[in-house]
Design a protein. Structure first.
Length: 446
């Protein structure tokens, strides 16, 4: 039976990689598209428009499956894709929020953590106030923000493009400063404005057209030129502030994804963007049917990143190094456990024999050892010292070894067989758990 266990162990460690011949066929199974926002939102709707066109016109031989992973302004979903296997079967759809999150401190990574596939669809932002607002135009708003800094409440989703719309405006006017408040998505910002809790906010063109009849008024369009659906609305540039804030829907893949697979997805997206079906739907959504790829896409991302970086807050909130404190605590706990173990070694040996004979529960030394292992396991994942599979396998192996030690010490079991069995179970358990969490439960793992 041992040779069977060895085979299973080798298969687990090696994984189930595609054969060289099969790896040339792409895609040969459904592709997961992670949308890092909830179902029904703007990004989710956009993704499903492209998904429908790709399936209707059979632009890919396999399905494009949308998985919504909301949370932390898109950071949870983007991190999952960043850490995914770079095989072209896990992709990300995320707009300029991937840039703003890094410069606002919401995420420790940005566009350079991914391979850009395409930029599809572009939507300008609108600066709007309540109908009864005293501000007649953008210059009046910015003049008051300069004369009375921190007095105008700007509703935003902190770290997201709506936040940076306000940051870009105040960066172009010396002395101007808004008081930003975390409000959430467009519907929540509109509700806060209606309730008189905030003074100003930014909305997509589609959101503004939807909310306008309920009592809001636009001051400026943050686009390079006027929009055909709002021909009377002047741009910020026309009003003396050189500010452009647009949201483009970018498609991303993990670093290391083969170039030919990137091109396959880009080809499908480009073909989908050219269909009447997509163009008509995007027109209804007030989204310009842009399609960028290759060098043009890289230039666009770089330009947007530089504009966002220029408007990013200069002051940073410095938090205590909690991770360092946890590491120090782990070391001190481990040292204390080692000293206690050394002092009670003789007593432990007697208790070990009694445990083997009488089946008593684990002693304090065993519990302390497992506790230290648990702390080390959590810290290793937090610091990224090891991936989930190897860290979990080692944790399970050592924890099992501590629990089995009394039997091994009393020679009531074969050490070689016990160790081999424990090793196989630990590795298999870590691999199965990783598959269960990531593929079935769609949980973001380190």
């Amino acid at each position: 039976m041992c040779w069977i266990g060895c085979c299973l162990l080798i298969m687990s460690l090696c994984g189930c990689d595609d054969s060289p011949q099969d790896s040339r066929v792409y895609p040969r199974r459904p592709i997961k598209l992670v949308v890092p926002f909830g179902a029904g939102g703007g990004s989710d709707t956009f993704a499903r428009v492209l998904q429908n066109a790709i399936e209707t016109h059979r632009l890919l031989p396999q399905r494009l499956v949308i998985i919504n992973v909301p949370g932390a302004g898109g950071t949870i979903g983007s991190r999952r894709v960043k850490n995914a296997r770079p095989d072209g079967y896990t992709l990300l759809l995320l707009h300029d929020g991937i840039l703003t999150a890094r410069h606002s401190g919401s995420a420790s990574y940005g566009a350079d953590a991914f391979i850009p596939i395409a930029g599809t669809g572009n939507a300008s932002q609108v600066i709007a106030v309540n109908d009864n607002s005293p501000y007649a135009d953008l210059p009046a708003l910015m003049r008051d923000a300069t004369e009375h800094p921190d007095s105008i409440v700007f509703a935003a989703n902190m770290g997201a493009p709506s936040h940076f719309a306000g940051l870009m405006l105040q960066s172009k006017k010396v002395g101007a400063k808004f008081r930003f408040t975390q409000t959430g998505g467009g519907a929540k910002r509109f509700a806060a404005m209606q309730g008189g809790h905030v003074d100003v906010s930014s909305f997509s063109i589609a959101e503004y057209i939807q909310f306008k009849p309920s009592g809001i008024r636009a001051l400026a369009l943050l686009g390079p030129q006027r929009h055909p659906d709002l021909p009377e609305l002047a741009t910020a540039t026309e009003q003396g502030l050189d500010v452009i804030n647009e949201n483009m829907q970018f498609w991303w893949a993990p670093l290391g994804t083969p170039a030919d697979r990137i091109e396959t997805i880009a080809d499908a997206l480009q073909a989908a963007m050219q269909t009447d079906q997509v163009r008509q739907t995007l027109a209804e959504m007030k989204i310009t049917p842009t399609m960028l790829r290759g060098p043009a896409l890289d230039v666009e991302i770089d330009q947007r990143d530089r504009m966002i970086a220029a408007a990013a807050p200069t002051s940073e909130l410095h938090l205590p190094p909690f991770a360092d404190y946890a590491l120090v605590g782990f070391i001190m706990t481990a040292a204390a456990a080692s000293i206690q173990s050394f002092r009670r070694r003789t007593a432990m040996r007697r208790e070990t024999v009694d445990l083997a004979r009488n089946g008593r529960p684990a002693n304090r030394a065993q519990l302390a050892g497992i506790g230290c292992l648990t702390i080390g396991y959590v810290i290793s994942l937090q610091f990224g010292l090891a991936g989930f599979v190897p860290a979990t396998a080692v944790y399970a192996l050592l924890s099992g070894g501590i629990l089995l030690w009394p039997l091994l010490a009393s020679r009531q079991t074969n050490p070689i067989k016990a160790t081999l069995t424990l090793l196989i179970v630990s590795v298999m358990m870590s691999v199965v758990m990783h598959h269960l969490f990531t593929e079935v439960l769609v949980v973001d793992l380190p």
